[in-house]
Design a protein. Structure first.
Length: 209
């Protein structure tokens, strides 16, 4: 049975100072956060697949975004190119509409999913807003124990998103939206969970020169 929930517009109106967004909170969302998840559950405020872009949220509506043990589940690669070709063919033959594509697929060719995912967090955050995440460290027992984990992340991964890390070399490979790494810590336990805090930087053309 479909859950009753507030409209996105009502949520945004109530939190006009900026919502705190919990990505993939499922049945155990963070207290005081708006929970967006693909699962239609009573605890979920916005039902949406986070690998479909854009998310149903306006630009700069969040003061903080959190993801607890979600990043390791986000596809790091590109979607199957044949799907984009098929969608374009169906559009050309007028068997589906652009509206239907937008509502069900989102962007036809979003690029590498994880890179696009982080860019989407950047988009919904206010300037200076922070993104906090916890996930199992790349190659740790905690990462390998779950058969649905597909995305290895370590300290070097973060350098691809901060124009001042690694001399900017890694950032310029994919040229994502810019972040500042505030914290990157590895918990001292067997499972090796990693915790990060990133802050949204404003775009500066010099980052991409």
């Amino acid at each position: 049975m479909k859950c009753e929930r507030k409209s996105i517009d009502k949520i945004l109106k109530e939190k006009n100072g900026g919502i705190r967004l919990d990505l993939g909170g499922g049945g155990a969302p963070q207290a005081g956060f708006v929970n967006i998840d693909v699962r239609d559950m009573p605890t979920v405020d916005i039902v949406h697949n986070l690998e479909l872009f854009p998310w149903p949220l306006p630009d700069e509506c969040c003061s903080m975004v959190m993801a607890s043990h979600l990043l390791e589940h986000i596809n790091p690669t590109y979607p199957d190119a044949r799907i984009a070709v098929l969608i374009k063919l169906l559009l050309k033959k007028k068997l589906i509409s652009e509206k239907e594509v937008k509502e069900t697929i989102g962007e036809i060719e979003p690029g590498a999913i994880f890179m696009r995912f982080i860019d989407e967090i950047w988009r919904v955050l206010k300037p200076g807003g922070q993104f906090m995440a916890a996930f199992p460290y790349a190659g740790s027992p905690g990462f390998f124990q779950d058969p649905t984990h597909c995305n290895n992340i370590n300290e070097a991964t973060l350098a691809y998103f901060d124009p001042f890390e690694a001399g900017g070399f890694l950032f310029k490979i994919y040229k994502p939206k810019p972040w500042k790494i505030l914290q990157s810590a590895l918990a001292s336990n067997l499972n090796g969970n990693m915790e990060i805090v990133l802050e949204k930087r404003l775009i500066d053309k010099s980052y991409y020169a």
